[in-house]
Ligand binder design. Structure first.
Ligand SMILES: O=C(O)CC[C@@H]1NC(=O)NC1=O
Ligand SMILES: [Fe+3]
Length: 406
């Protein structure tokens, strides 16, 4: 007799595994949990015998179970807002012009430096709870609004506190190279050196899971990005980049050269970059919220990404400047409506491929041995999660085998 902690019966499973069915679907499915892991996910007819008198049973009533959703790109910890810049852009100012005039990221840096850890923790918890209510169980949180050691450390320590006190899993990404702080005005090379010197301290404090950089004309050059990547690699830290968002500097190819986890945004990615990513196994993280909010017109090279079979993830890019949207379900709709992803591609983008973009092998699919992170949704087909928005169809959320009460 199998020894399970709990069993879900009469479920439709969107396993998101590569089992030959769309969504890895298993129509008459069952899922069993043991010690926080999935012990079985498959046809109910093949569920190993277990003691149904003593094992807690849950009747999914024909509803769909999906892996816990993963938001693999957020700037979720920030203070203040940029609604004033929103008005300016509606009057014709560009994102770049506002940044050049001292607004943009610098504006949020000032507000975030002034905010206490307690204020940032509360802001972060509220945003994580909003994502949790959609079924998001893993969230990547970037630093990048501090831009000096103490402030970057403050952000990463709040992210670590959220990991300890919130049910969601948190991945901490250091994005010290997000913008040039006022202390290093006109001295980008000097600031990149300072960023490289922050890394060992932050890593020794256990505050860094990956390193990111804004490789862009209004951000940092490929040469400067290379320095940060070299420093990260020397410490054994994986790398990723905001790359080809507004132009093509070759940032995606640089990530691939370092065997990096992901290149993110990639609206201006070319075939050479796609080929390099395919060879390196680097994930393309699509951020439709920023594309939409900036009213971009250059679509990511979807046909090339499909042709080269580059895994595509989809994320919120939650941030006050270019994607002030605390919703992964809205991103599913935008990924399909704006980027023309299929619903299956979009859902793979917030499960299996999002896990890969974070270097995680223990989640993102309903498969024995993986974390028992999954949601039960009152939908008739998985595509509904990409089709409708506003009323969350999530009926039950399980994280590490524990049913969440919220
Ligand atoms: O405007 C902000 O506050 C962040 C924008 C965000 N960061 C980045 O590197 N690209 C983006 O879209
Ligand atoms: Fe971003």
């Amino acid at each position: 007799m199998a020894d399970f902690d709990a069993v879900w019966l009469n479920a439709k499973l969107a396993t998101m595994t590569d089992n030959g069915s769309p969504y890895g679907a298993i129509e008459q499915g069952a899922l069993a949990v043991k010690d926080g892991l999935i012990a079985y996910a498959g046809p109910q007819a093949e569920l190993p015998p277990f003691d149904s008198l003593t094992t807690p049973l849950y009747d999914a009533q024909g509803q769909w179970l999906l892996p816990g959703l993963i938001d693999c790109h957020t700037h979720l910890l920030y203070a203040g807002n940029r609604a004033n810049e929103f008005e300016l852009r509606l009057q014709g100012a560009s994102y770049q012009q506002i940044a050049a005039a001292g607004g943009g990221i610098a504006s949020t840096v000032r507000a975030t430096r002034d905010a206490s850890e307690e204020e940032l923790f509360k802001l972060g918890k509220d945003r994580l709870n909003a994502l949790l209510r959609e079924g998001v169980t893993t969230v990547e949180i970037k630093s990048g609004y501090g831009l000096d050691l103490a402030s970057e450390q403050k952000l990463l320590e709040v992210a670590a506190l959220l990991e300890q006190h919130h049910p969601a899993s948190i991945i901490k990404t250091f994005l010290g190279a997000h913008a040039l702080p006022p202390e290093f005005k006109d001295n980008a090379d000097g600031y990149i050196e300072a960023v490289c010197q922050m890394l060992p301290t932050l890593q020794q404090l256990g505050l860094v899971d990956a390193v990111d950089i804004f490789c862009e004309g209004i951000g940092f050059s490929v040469a400067q990005s290379r320095k940060v990547f070299a420093a990260a690699t020397a410490l054994g830290l994986p790398v990723k980049a905001h790359a080809e968002q507004l132009s093509n500097l070759g940032g995606s190819a640089l990530v691939a050269e370092f065997g990096g986890l992901s290149a993110d945004h990639v609206e201006y990615l070319d075939e050479a970059g796609v080929a390099a990513m395919a060879k390196a196994g680097t994930v393309a993280v699509l951020l439709p919220g920023a594309y939409y909010f900036l009213r971009e017109t250059q679509l990511p090279p979807l046909a090339l990404l499909r042709q080269y079979q580059v895994p595509m993830a989809v994320a919120s890019d939650l941030n006050p400047g270019t994607s002030p949207f605390c919703s992964l379900q809205l991103m599913l709709n935008m990924a399909c409506t704006l980027f023309r992803l299929t619903p299956e591609e979009a859902l793979l983008g917030v499960t299996r491929h999002a896990a890969t973009a974070l270097g995680l092998k223990d989640r993102g699919q309903l498969q024995a041995g993986m974390r028992a992170d999954f949601g039960c949704y009152a939908i008739t087909q998985p595509a509904e999660l990409c089709y409708q928005f506003g009323v969350s169809p999530l009926k039950q959320l399980v994280i590490g085998g524990t049913i969440q009460r919220f």
